[in-house]
Design a protein around this ligand. Structure first.
Ligand SMILES: NC(=O)c1ccc[n+]([C@@H]2O[C@H](COP(=O)([O-])OP(=O)(O)OC[C@H]3O[C@@H](n4cnc5c(N)ncnc54)[C@H](OP(=O)(O)O)[C@@H]3O)[C@@H](O)[C@H]2O)c1
Length: 274
């Protein structure tokens, strides 16, 4: 992997698999834009990268449970950088994070839908000019095998709420968005793919959920890196991977009408349609 001269933004890189991916890309020479909320964890990673003497790390703090936070992140990145070769939308909260109660974002949206999906949707669109100017460039949406179809009559899950349903709905939304955006970006030189990195990696969200890890961060991290920089996937777009293998997502992902509905709703909720 040679990443000299390349700039990569990885949301949620202060911890877990995002942190692993950021460190690997920096060690290959990339300028890595680290993102998260925790200054101390970001500093520890930036110091580690600096000590290794390859690549570069710049920290962008932003809370993605608010659309303003996502907007400010995109604005800060766009103001400071002339190129963006890879955008990895990885930040997320697990199905059991913050307890079993339904929670909402600063904008009043169901929290997992907001953080895991809507923030990444908004970021991708706001970063598109930079990505297009740096083409060939790539977007990677870190989704999951945990997928639940969207009930368009109750997208914010006010009835029958559970953290796992909310998590799985947000993850399928990312996959649907990936297919939709890939169609829109055909011919632009920007590709977009999504994946399930690995099952129950040893990360904070898994441990906090009381789940015994069965995969390593390295396994999931290498699968993300494959989509981010792998030569064999260059030019491929709109695909879903389970680890290193191309896979099928939930049937709703292939329902064009459902994708169109999700897009219209997302444009409206993020204010992009205005
Ligand atoms: N772990 C697994 O087995 C597994 C399986 C399938 C898919 N995934 C997906 O992989 C991605 C990474 O998960 P992980 O296991 O590495 O999780 P993790 O260790 O819990 O790390 C989550 C990252 O997201 C950031 N984040 C969380 N809420 C945020 C918010 N409101 N605003 C900004 N940043 C926020 C965290 O930042 P702070 O440092 O500020 O907390 C942290 O950097 C997620 O999208 C997850 O759904 C994980």
């Amino acid at each position: 992997m040679k990443m000299d001269g390349k700039t990569v933004l990885i949301t949620g890189s202060t911890d877990g698999v995002g942190r692993y991916v950021a460190a690997r890309l920096a060690s290959a020479g990339a300028k890595v834009l680290i993102h998260g909320r925790d200054k101390e964890r970001a500093k520890a990673l930036a110091d580690e990268i600096r000590r290794k003497g390859r690549g570069e790390a710049v920290f962008y703090p932003a809370d993605l449970s608010s659309l303003t936070g996502a907007r400010q992140l995109a604005e800060a990145v766009t103001a400071k950088h002339e190129r963006l070769d890879v955008f990895i939308s990885n930040a997320g909260i697990g199905s059991r994070t913050l307890g079993p109660e339904r929670r909402t974002s600063a904008d009043g949206h169901e929290l997992r839908f907001a953080v895991n999906y809507l923030a990444g949707f908004l970021l991708a669109y706001l970063l598109l000019p930079l990505l297009k100017a740096s083409a060939p460039s790539r977007i990677v949406n870190v989704a999951s095998l945990g997928q639940h179809p969207i009930d368009f009559d109750d997208v914010m899950i006010t009835k029958g709420y559970s953290g796992s349903r909310a998590y799985a709905q947000s993850k399928l939304s990312q996959i649907m968005f990936t297919i939709d955006l890939a169609n829109e970006l055909r011919g632009s030189g920007v590709t977009v793919n999504s994946l399930h990195p690995a099952t129950y990696m040893n990360t904070t969200m898994v441990r906090e959920g009381g789940i015994t890890p069965i995969s390593t961060v390295e396994q999931g991290g290498e699968a993300i890196l494959h989509l981010a920089v792998g030569d064999d996937v260059a030019g491929n777009s709109g695909l879903f991977f389970n680890g290193m293998q191309q896979a099928h997502a939930n049937a709703q992902a292939y329902d064009e009408a459902a994708r169109k509905r999700l897009r219209a709703l997302s444009l409206e909720l993020t204010g992009l349609s205005a």
